[in-house]
Structure formats: structure tokens, C-alpha cells
Design a protein around this ligand. Structure first.
Ligand SMILES: Cc1ncc(COP(=O)(O)O)c(C=O)c1O
Length: 352
């Protein structure tokens, strides 16, 4: 089935806004977008007085190269958050369609579904032998949903998943839904990306971001990778000029800095190992999941107490206690060597 058959009919019928500032129209005397003809002070060659191209070809090509896909299969978004929002708005009819999530997971899947008026079906992860796993059998027998959100490595549990199980799911639900794989933390793991399965599964969508491994959370740049029909559909509901010019420049610079990124990823692995060594011996840490990403999930004797005491020591951790199955759990992001040393010093003193 063509994934477009699953889209909201009113979105399919929309005539998209035609932006004034696409590359083909940006040469010559620019009197078509009611812009100020003078750049602002400190412009630094950015031409900030001009609207940016909605999908700047140089960045689209560079991201496509980074992820090993054709530019036509990639939509640049304001972080992967926007990718989740666009998919939900384009595919879920309010009051009729549902999105499936596997908690504990990233909160924006359910939030965007609810904002859109879609239902949310929960199929919790299974925790077995200190491993978190997606319950693919229960997903297959759950009510039909329009969007199936999976995340690998998953936030906050850090687990990956079997790519074959994901593609089997995509095939099984292809008549009524899309499988969305959120790979926000892919660079930290050594697992293969689901991107290589996109050609076999037209109802598979992969979300990537420059917010994590590329260090650009403040720029809001992500990529949604999917069949061209899906990309063209989502362009219809994209904001007219979504990507700020400084973010486009910063993204191009970051993508060209692969050697620094590799060094940082190695350093994060080293610091994670140092943290794990202390977690292993700590009497108040009852369980931990190192996971495949740049964070560790721990279960403490008193999770909220750990977060509050760390905050008093100037260290911010993320309480996960309110997520299903995560009583007393805390997510700890891996920082620099100095930051990890401070965290270790704090942990050595914490209720020991
Ligand atoms: C699993 C997951 N997906 C998406 C996002 C959002 O990332 P972005 O900054 O690209 O919007 C996050 C942010 O923490 C995340 O953990």
C-alpha cells in the first residue's frame, strides 16, 4: 500500500504555501518578500535580512550524505521534535486515529498525539534479566494504530532493538500504519541504523537529529528520512521558513567536523565507563542500565532524593520516577571528564 493512502485526506488536498525565498528565486534584485534590503549590524555575511530557503539544498545534500540516502528522501526539520509533530499532524485524524508508544519512552510522541486529538495506545517495554525489550508480540495484537513510535537507542532505558523485528512489524501493519524509528542517539551506539531498510519498507520513517552527538541542541536541526511521497506530503504542512540562517551555517560546519565528533564520542564512552565503575559498588544504587546512548539509567534507594541532593550539590539529573516501571529511577547524562569527576565525588558521599 502507498503510505499516502494513510494520510489525512484534508492534508492531501491542501495546496502548500509557496515560499518566496527558494534558491531558484534568490538571485537578482529581490523585491518579492517584503524584506529589508540592508543586513543588520554584525551580519557576518549571513544575509539575515533575507528569509532562508525552507530546505536549503547544500544542507539537504550534506545531511543526505551523512545518512547515506538521497536528498529527496530527507526533510530537514527543527529538531526531531518537529518531525514527530509533522507526522502526527499529517497522518492522525483527530478523534479517529491512534499512535502507539512503548513506555518508558520519550514524552513527545504521546504529547503531540494528544495535541492533535489522536488516541494513544501504550504497549510497555518488558524488563527481563536487566534488559529492556520491545514487546513486538503485544504490539502486533494491539488495536490498529496509524503511527507506531519506536526509539533506538531508547530514551530513557538505552536499549536498542532487533532491526528484523522492526521491519517485520512494518510489513505486518503496512495496510494501516507507519513505523517511526527515532534514532536521536544512534551515533553513540554501534548498532546499525534502520535507514538501510527504508527501500524495503515504504511505511518506515527514521528520525535523526544534530542535537546530540553533533552538539547542536541549540540550533534545532533534525532530519526526517522516508519515502519521497511522505517527504513531499510533510512539506505541505511545514512552516514557510522553518530553519534559521545561523542554524543552517552551524549545521554545515558541524557536519564537516567528523574527527572532533569521533573524539567526543570516544571520550563519552570513557566517562561512561568511569561512572559505571562507581555505580557498580554503590550501596544505594540498586540497579542500572548502561544502555547504548550518552546516558545511564539508574534505580536508587530513593530516586527523587538522589535528584534533589545532586541539585543541592549543583548537579542536575533527570528524575524518571513518574514513568511506568521506573520507580526511583534517575537518568544521568554523560558529561566531560571534569563533570564526571564532580558527579563521582558527589556519589561517593551520597548516603554512604
Ligand atoms: C528520543 C528523543 N527523540 C527526540 C528528541 C528531540 O530531539 P531534538 O532536539 O532533535 O528535537 C529527544 C531529546 O531529548 C529524544 O531524547
Amino acid at each position: 500500500m502507498n503510505p499516502l493512502d494513510l494520510a489525512r485526506p484534508d492534508i492531501l488536498a491542501l495546496k502548500p504555501y509557496a515560499s518566496a525565498r527558494v534558491l531558484a528565486d534568490s538571485a537578482g534584485i529581490l523585491l518579492n518578500a517584503n524584506e529589508n534590503p540592508w543586513p543588520p549590524p554584525g551580519d557576518d555575511g549571513l544575509a539575515l535580512n533575507r528569509y532562508p530557503d525552507p530546505q536549503p539544498p547544500a544542507l539537504r545534500h550534506r545531511l543526505a550524505e551523512e545518512y547515506g540516502v538521497d536528498p529527496e528522501n530527507l526533510l530537514i526539520t527543527r529538531g526531531s521534535d518537529e518531525g514527530i509533530d509533522l507526522l502526527t499532524r499529517a497522518f492522525c485524524r483527530a478523534g479517529q486515529d491512534q499512535a502507539l508508544i512503548c513506555p518508558p519512552c520519550f514524552g513527545m510522541y504521546a504529547l503531540y498525539a494528544r495535541i492533535q486529538g489522536a488516541g494513544v495506545v501504550e504497549v510497555p517495554l518488558i524488563e527481563k534479566d536487566d534488559q529492556w525489550q520491545v514487546d513486538f508480540e503485544s504490539i502486533a495484537s494491539a488495536p490498529d494504530c496509524r503511527l507506531y513510535f519506536l526509539c533506538s537507542p531508547n530514551n530513557p532505558t538505552g536499549n536498542g532493538m532487533d532491526p528484523n523485528a522492526v521491519t517485520q512489524l512494518a510489513r505486518r501493519i503496512e495496510n494501516h500504519g507507519l513505523v517511526i524509528i527515532d534514532e536521536a542517539y544512534q551515533e553513540f551506539s554501534e548498532q546499525p541504523s534502520l535507514i538501510e531498510h527504508l527501500d524495503d519498507c515504504p511505511n518506515l520513517v527514521v528520525l535523526r537529529t544534530l542535537s546530540k552527538a553533533h552538539g547542536l541542541a541549540g540550533c534545532r536541526i533534525g532530519a526526517l528520512i522516508a519515502a519521497t511521497d511522505i517527504i513531499e506530503l510533510l512539506r505541505r504542512i511545514l512552516a514557510p521558513y522553518p530553519l534559521p540562517t545561523p542554524s543552517i551555517r552551524a549545521a554545515l560546519a558541524a557536519l564537516d567536523n567528523a574527527s572532533q565528533r569521533r573524539r567526543q564520542l570516544d571520550e563519552i564512552r570513557r566517562q561512561k565507563q568511569r561512572l559505571i565503575e562507581i555505580l557498580d559498588q554503590h550501596p544505594q544504587i540498586h540497579q542500572y542500565w548502561p544502555g547504548l546512548a550518552n546516558f545511564v539509567l539508574v534505580r536508587a534507594s530513593d530516586g527523587p532524593g538522589l535528584v534533589a541532593d545532586a541539585a543541592s550539590a549543583g548537579i542536575r539529573l533527570r528524575d524518571q520516577s513518574s514513568q511506568p516501571g521506573l520507580a526511583d529511577c534517575v537518568r544521568i547524562t554523560i558529561g566531560t571528564k571534569t563533570e564526571t569527576t564532580a558527579l563521582i565525588e558527589f556519589l561517593k558521599r551520597w548516603r554512604t
